[in-house]
Design a protein around this ligand. Structure first.
Ligand SMILES: Cc1ncc(COP(=O)(O)O)c(C=O)c1O
Length: 393
């Protein structure tokens, strides 16, 4: 199977972890040899309710028995998508009211960029250096790291960059700017939180010059930081909210949310300004609805903060220089990239799943399912501490 995997399935890196998955449940992924791998990554923050949460599985099965795909996005009334968009609107502050459902995070970013240009009639987009918003041409154009973009040029024009957390850079936002796009917490850059007051100042500057603020919550959204959306931690409401990943507990999905008035501009001039076949798919919308309902009806968000405190208390070691992030979006910043590599690769051998961050090479991510228990956290932390104790420089 491994040879077939390497030959017939396109590879993204020369050395994939290549666990052969048999099944997955809760916080564990089981391989074909019967090993249980404790999952501290959750499909890169996607499996918010753990693997195969019974409520999500039930919702999917019930929907599959009724209908799966009937028509391209937006033409027919399909209850799961409508119910989902309505519930989401009831949980979001004004003006975030109308949701466009798509297939992935990167497509949601593309939709948000198009909406910003269409609505403002302006073209400039300002992104943050070391941002990660996805890998299609538009979202890739936002990445403020030239070495990852140059082989794919030309990308979309009129993108400018500012330093995340720099107040002086806010002057670059002008009446030519269609939108500023930021990750609420920068992921690939190393789980960098906005400084106190930073997002409020970005918001003010955008409003001053008529630019839109787009917040990418694809990773921190859906309870991961102890609030439904991370922006609630920082006193700032975007004009366009972009979501994905943990939204459907492991099925492929994304969405962008804006005011009804703004979103309606995509209907005309040109007609059908964004169209997509499978966006709003009823099976995925059912999984999204079950996930969101469970997150808001349970204690999961409050518990996330207790679990964060627990991890911070337990994971103390001379090689761990810092733990960045919030809630269950945490990154161990190790002394060197070599220690990070050693930890992640040795943990994999000991059946604890950790993973790298894109740009911060000293980091090991801890983004487990939000449903992980304290004893499972202890089990993983013990492995991490043991590996670090054994590391010899
Ligand atoms: C902040 C952020 N934006 C966008 C994306 C892209 O989402 P997707 O991989 O679903 O296209 C990701 C994925 O890692 C992300 O973390």
């Amino acid at each position: 199977m491994k040879n077939d995997f390497l030959k017939f399935q396109a590879q993204t890196s020369p050395h994939p972890l290549a666990i052969q998955v048999s099944h997955a449940k809760g916080s564990y992924i089981y391989d074909n040899e019967g090993n249980a791998h404790l999952d501290f990554v959750a499909g890169v923050s996607a499996c918010s309710l753990g693997h195969c949460h019974p409520k999500v599985v039930h919702a999917i099965k019930a929907q599959v028995d009724k209908y799966m795909h009937v028509m391209v996005y937006g033409e027919y009334i399909q209850e799961p998508a409508v119910a989902y968009a309505k519930l989401l609107a009831s949980l979001l502050p004004a003006p975030l009211e109308t949701t466009y459902l798509v297939n992935s995070g990167t497509e949601a970013i593309e939709g948000a960029l198009k909406l910003a240009r269409r609505y403002t009639g302006r073209s400039q987009i300002i992104a943050a250096k070391k941002a990660y918003h996805g890998n299609t041409m538009g979202s890739l154009s936002l990445m403020g790291l030239e070495e990852r973009k140059s082989p794919f040029r030309p990308l979309i024009p009129d993108i400018a960059y500012m330093d995340f957390n720099s107040i002086s850079d806010l002057e670059n936002i002008t009446s030519k700017t269609a939108a500023v796009i930021l990750e609420t917490i920068q992921g690939g850059a190393g789980f960098i939180e906005p400084n106190s007051g930073y997002l409020t100042k970005v918001r003010e500057r955008c409003s001053e010059v008529g630019a839109l603020l787009i917040l990418d919550e694809i990773q921190p959204g859906f309870g991961r930081t102890g609030k439904l959306f991370a922006f609630e931690n920082y006193n700032c409401v975007p004009d366009i909210l972009v979501i994905g990943k943990g939204m459907a507990s492991g099925l492929p999905v994304g969405a962008f949310v804006a005011s009804n008035e703004m979103m309606n501009t995509l209907q005309d001039n040109p007609k059908m300004g964004h169209i997509t076949t499978f966006g709003g798919n009823p099976v995925i919308a059912s999984a999204s609805l079950a996930t969101l309902s469970h997150i808001v009806e349970s204690d999961i968000m409050v518990d996330t903060l207790t679990k964060e405190k627990h991890i911070r208390r337990v994971l103390k070691h001379k090689y761990i220089k810092e733990i960045r992030g919030k809630g269950l979006m945490l990154a161990l910043i190790l002394e060197t990239p070599e220690i990070a590599d050693y930890l992640i690769l040795t943990a994999a051998k000991e059946h604890l799943i950790l993973f790298w961050l894109l740009f911060e090479k000293r980091a090991a991510r801890i983004t487990p399912p939000l449903t992980i228990s304290l004893s499972e956290i202890d089990e993983g932390c013990e492995i991490i501490l043991r590996i670090l104790n054994e590391y010899e420089q």
